[in-house]
Design a protein. Structure first.
Ligand code: GTP
Ligand code: MG
Length: 206
């Protein structure tokens, strides 16, 4: 799937606009600015496919990306979709807007039967915060399989990253739906990207 170009197919501003359930969906969740959209671009090798920004709150809808070359007809569906999501924990936008994004993300994570795997992104400099914990608990409760990705690994020194990995593994040991291994990535330096591509391909095919 990562050998061909990917395209944006749809932005979903509210649950009622979700496409009919079809191919397995792989979602990217995390606090605002953690690097969700950048990671999608790094995985597909196309800068600018997902829109990124220095300013938290860039992604405001559930954005669907699929490998190109499928008509979308019932007998010609793409093998999977990557779903970029608004971040949670963004305090600067109007509260009503933040609440709407958070509700959309939570409703989607809780209630999408074709959701195959969620990558929960955690900034390597910050570790798991309270609102991340809330998302992990929701996924446990909904029995949605997820894996933690430590992002922006280029921003901290290797010993600090190792320490964070140990702490994070200890935290997720208490979470039944969490995959017991971490990924660590740098979209900037293209580190950990191949490993994550393999993980996604495996998730799609199981
Ligand atoms: P929202 O859509 O606002 O929730 O943000 P997001 O999680 O999609 O983050 P985005 O990909 O837009 O990246 C936020 C900022 O972090 C941008 O300025 C990126 O250039 C930067 N960034 C993302 N990934 C990395 C990385 O691996 N290393 C470094 N150094 N910076 C990164
Ligand atoms: Mg984004």
């Amino acid at each position: 799937i990562f050998h061909r170009p990917w395209i944006f197919i749809r932005g979903v501003p509210a649950m009622k606009f979700l496409p009919p359930e079809g191919p397995p969906e792989i979602a990217f969740a995390g606090r605002s600015n953690v690097g969700k959209s950048s990671l999608i671009n790094a995985l597909v090798g196309q800068n600018g496919l997902a829109r990124t920004s220095n300013t938290p709150g860039r992604t405001q809808e559930l954005n669907y990306f699929v490998p190109d070359g499928y008509s979308g007809a019932a007998d010609d569906l793409p093998p999977c979709a990557l779903v970029d999501m608004p971040g949670y924990g963004y305090a600067e936008a109007p509260k009503a807007q933040v609440d709407a994004w958070t509700a959309l993300v939570f409703d989607y994570l809780r209630g999408r039967s074709t959701l195959k795997r969620v990558y929960v992104l955690i900034d390597s400099r910050h570790g798991i915060k309270k609102n991340d914990e809330d998302v992990l608990k929701l996924l446990d409760k909904a029995a949605v399989s997820y894996q933690i990705v430590l992002t922006k690994a280029d921003k901290i020194k290797p010993p600090a990253l190792e320490k964070l990995k140990v702490e994070t593994l200890a935290k997720i040991a208490k979470h039944p739906a969490a995959y017991p291994e971490l990924l660590a990535t740098s979209s900037e330096k293209s580190e950990g990207i191949d490993t994550m591509r393999e993980a996604i391909s495996k998730a799609v095919n199981t």
